[in-house]
Design a protein around this ligand. Structure first.
Ligand SMILES: [Zn+2]
Length: 156
């Protein structure tokens, strides 16, 4: 019998662009949310890009210029939206008020909610169109099967 996987796909998380792309590209290693991650960690989740785009101010403040050229507005049109982009493993979650300078990541917002720490991003070869939802949500079975494979690939 094959070794059981360490973890399987927990569900999906919808993010604005450019954060969704920055996560699956391995640039963004913290997700700032208003709520603590509500499951045991580590947990593999599918990264889904919403139809909406983050406002310019937060993009300017949080996109580390040293890691990647700041995304131009024109480039936003090329960011896949309304699609699954890949998976990432959530390793933990802590309140921003418990995070001290220099903070857990350049991507962490020290004034907001909770920092979900991320590792092992996996990108799908092509975006997989789907409608996003709030909180941690369950992809339909067909999408789930594809995303589960991507998630397991990161555990080789
Ligand atoms: Zn932090």
């Amino acid at each position: 019998m094959d070794n059981p996987p360490q973890w399987s796909l927990l569900g999906a998380l919808t993010c604005y662009q450019p954060w969704a792309s920055a996560i699956v590209l391995g640039l963004k290693d913290v997700e700032n949310r208003g709520w603590p991650f509500p499951h045991d960690t580590p947990a593999c989740v599918a990264v889904h890009a919403s139809l909406e785009v983050a406002d310019d101010t937060s993009v300017r403040e949080l996109w580390p210029a040293q890691a990647h050229p700041r995304p131009a507005r024109e480039a936003q049109l090329a960011w896949p939206r309304g699609s699954f982009l890949g998976t990432v493993v959530i390793t933990g979650s802590h309140p921003a008020v418990d995070c001290r300078a220099p903070y857990c990541s350049p991507w962490a917002n020290p004034h907001f909610g909770h920092h979900w720490t991320l590792t092992d991003p996996q990108q799908l070869p092509l975006p997989l169109p789907a409608t996003g939802r709030l909180r941690i949500w369950q992809p339909d079975p067909l999408h789930r099967a594809v995303l589960e494979t991507v998630c397991l690939k990161g555990q080789d």
